[in-house]
Every structure is written in C-alpha cells, then in structure tokens.
Design a protein around this ligand. Structure first.
Ligand code: 13P
Length: 259
C-alpha cells in the first residue's frame, strides 16, 4: 500500500436513537486506543437526529473519531422539505459524508447527476465525500461490474478538481454483498478496488489515484476484515451491520492486530 491511511467508517443507516448512539460512542471510546487511531481513521455516520449528540460527546471527551453523515442535499437552502444542507453538517463539525450509497440510488431514486451535485456541494462546504459505487448480482454475472463502477465514479466526480479528488474516499460496495452476510472474496474485492483506482488514474493521473482512499463495503465483519484490508488497493471499510455493536466495530478497526 502507498502511505494512504486506512479509514474504517461505520454507516449506522436508520438505526440507533440518540441515547443509543451516545452509549455506542462511549463503548467504542473504551475499546479503541490511541495506537488504533494513529494507524487508522475512524468515522461514525449516525442518523441526522443523533449527530448533535455524537458531536457533543466527541468534543467534550476529546474522542478521536471523525464525525460523519449518511446523506445531504446539494442545495444550500430552500423549500426542500425534509432535506439537510451541507453547510448545516459542516457547522456540526461533520468531516465525511456518504454519498451515492446504493440504498439512496435504488430506494430513493438518486441519479448520477444528483450524486455529482452532492459531491461538489460537500467539497464546497469543506467536508469529504465518501462516494459509493457497486454492481448488482445481475450486472456482475453479465460481466458488467467494472464498466458500471467506472461509469458511477466518472459521473460522480465530474467537475471535481485534482486537488479535491486526491482527498476523496470512494467506497466499492457490491450490492449483492450488502446486509446479506455474503462478502466478495478478497481477490474480487481487490480487483474491483483496483478498477476504481484505475478509473481515477484515467481521470486525474497516477498521483491522484495513488492518494485516493478506496474502501470495501458489504458484510465486513471482524472475521474477514484483516484479509480484505490487507489487499493492496483496499484502504478501509464501509461497515453497516457490524458497526452497530461496539465490540465488532472495534475489532474491525483493529484489523491490523489479527491474522
Ligand atoms: P453491511 O455491512 O450491513 O453489509 O452494510 C454495508 C453497507 O451498506 C455500508 O454502507
């Protein structure tokens, strides 16, 4: 691996109220050490209603986790009932925002064009996007996995400049592996993350491509984290179910300690 610092992100999805969020963050703070966060960035992505609570405990107790969000709108303000602006998140010291998750694309109809507007708005607000891509099982079986993710990454990064691109995180999440207990083999995950990196190289050149951090997501658990995370093009994990429990998320974040 180049000197990219791995990033392990917990996507809590629509789980945990703000009391439960507080408990989980406190439990994590007992399990995760200074050595862990020297080696690995850790970001937590609670639901919107928990963000202020999590921010308060992170800052009051000086906990070394990055605050994240799962979603935002691309507009700064306006008549968009139910939506949240990037600057509102930045004001809460959110550092990373997941964008283009397959659940947002498939359940809420987000298009590549909307996702690109969000990527640009997140960057403009001084936060970093975690841009998600990934193929369905049908697309994989039809041999279309690489072309699908190349298209999603290219569209999602339109008009992003090279300096911004270098700091981005891209998450490869095969849709068939999300929440199913089915994980891509380390070999397949590596091949797809390498394909993401070569797409970035095609857009921005090698230097930017070597700097972008690429996560794998889809049923990452303590038992498979080490093998996945030690692949040369995998720089972290976007974790769903296993991020809801302190012990399993901490063990994933400590992947380097297991064999
Ligand atoms: P699971 O880890 O529950 O499969 O979820 C993956 C995911 O979608 C993270 O964004």
């Amino acid at each position: 691996m180049a000197d990219r610092k791995p990033i392990i992100s917990g996507n809590w999805k629509m789980h945990l109220n703000h009391f439960e969020a507080l408990k989980l963050v406190q439990e994590l703070s007992y399990l995760i050490t200074e050595d862990d966060v020297d080696a690995v960035d850790i970001s937590l992505h609670p639901p919107f209603t928990d963000i202020r609570t999590v921010q308060t405990v992170l800052e009051a107790d000086k906990l070394p986790f990055h605050l994240g969000a799962q979603h935002c709108h691309f507009e700064e303000k306006g008549a968009f009932t139910g939506e949240v602006a990037p600057s509102m998140l930045a004001k809460l010291n959110v550092g990373y925002v997941i964008v283009g998750h397959s659940e947002r694309r498939e359940v809420f109809g987000e298009s590549d064009e909307m996702i690109n507007k969000k990527v640009l708005a997140i960057l403009a607000a001084g936060m970093l996007p975690i841009l998600c891509c990934g193929e369905t099982l049908e697309e994989r079986e039809a041999g279309e996995a690489e072309s699908k993710i190349a298209r999603q990454v290219t569209a999602g990064m339109a008009s992003v400049n090279a300096e911004q691109a270098a700091d981005m995180v891209i998450a490869y999440e095969p849709i068939w592996a999300i929440g199913t207990g089915r994980t891509a083999s380390a070999e397949d995950a590596q091949a797809m993350c390498a394909a993401v990196r070569s797409t970035v190289a095609g857009l921005y050149g090698d230097e930017v491509a070597q700097s972008v951090r690429i996560q794998y997501g889809g049923s990452v658990k303590p038992v498979n984290a080490h093998e996945l995370m030690t692949q040369p093009d995998i720089d972290g994990a976007l974790v769903g179910g296993a991020a809801l429990e302190a012990d399993s998320f901490a063990r994933i974040a400590q992947f380097r300690l297991s064999e």
